[in-house]
Design a protein around this ligand. Sequence first.
Ligand code: PBG
Length: 324
Amino acid sequence: MIEKPFYRPRRLRKNHILRDLVKETYLSKNDLIYPIFIAEKENIKEEINSMPEIYRQSIDYAMEEINNAKEKGIKSFLLFGIPNNKDDIASSAYDDEGVIQKSLRKIKKNIKDIVLITDVCNCEYTSHGHCGIIKNNDVDNDSTLDLLVKTSLSHARAGADIIAPSDMMDGRIFNIRKALNENGFENIPIMSYSAKFSSFFYGPFREAAQSNPSFGDRKTYQIDYRNSNEAVFESKLDIEEGADIIMVKPALSYCDIIYKIKQELKRPLAAYNVSGEYSMVKAASSKGWVDENKLVLEILYSIKRAGADMIITYHAYKIADYIE
Ligand code: PBG
């Protein structure tokens, strides 16, 4: 005869009301940040080949999308610029008439009650596709800092709500914080891409933003994916340098890092559910192999369960219809 179990965890799984009562993780539209690619070119809306339903679009179309997302309850957006002109010193990144600067002014004027976060990096603006000034075949840290500071100030002047540096140069948070403070922007938060790994999951983004490095890779500045203590150290440094929000990127294969950073540092933490993670889901769902919405919810909950407070995700627009 079998022994009757004494403990029965199934008691609390009996129906959805009970399951909802005991659930440990919450996901809401307030947690989601939707990335938008804004092209400087006029009158275009091109779907990105490897990212179905995500577009490279001119400002007017982008505003339409932001408005529609806002109606669905998405309130925070991460802006990426695709400039008409690139050169080896990323001049259009810090031009007050650059694509992001013009867009910020226009969106701020026309759409209220949203948060605009700007990605601060040079790779979309350099002809060689690297995140900074090239010296001796590598990105030179300290001369790149100067460009990042200029870009951050220029975004702040144009109306950015949060500055998000994604370049992984050493000392950038300190220098950006200092410059913002000295120029009357002491109340603009910094969301630092503090634990950004050198990842093949960024492939589709680089197609979208036309930012593939023309030689080499980003391994001399982004973190080696075999390391996790280093990711905690990088995030701790950024907090000490003045970051208000830290980040782990990518998210899905890096939930251990999210967990560890949250446990150790206990600061507001963003996770970036990146382009490759999006494309894998879209590819499988286009073949009918998975149920897209159910899979996306499971992924977003996993990232939150690991410890993220907010998630940057290309799924935000569509999944907003399925969460509160
Ligand atoms: C810019 C930047 C990248 C991403 C966000 N900001 C690309 C990179 O570092 O090559 C990737 C985002 C994604 O894959 O969705 N440095």
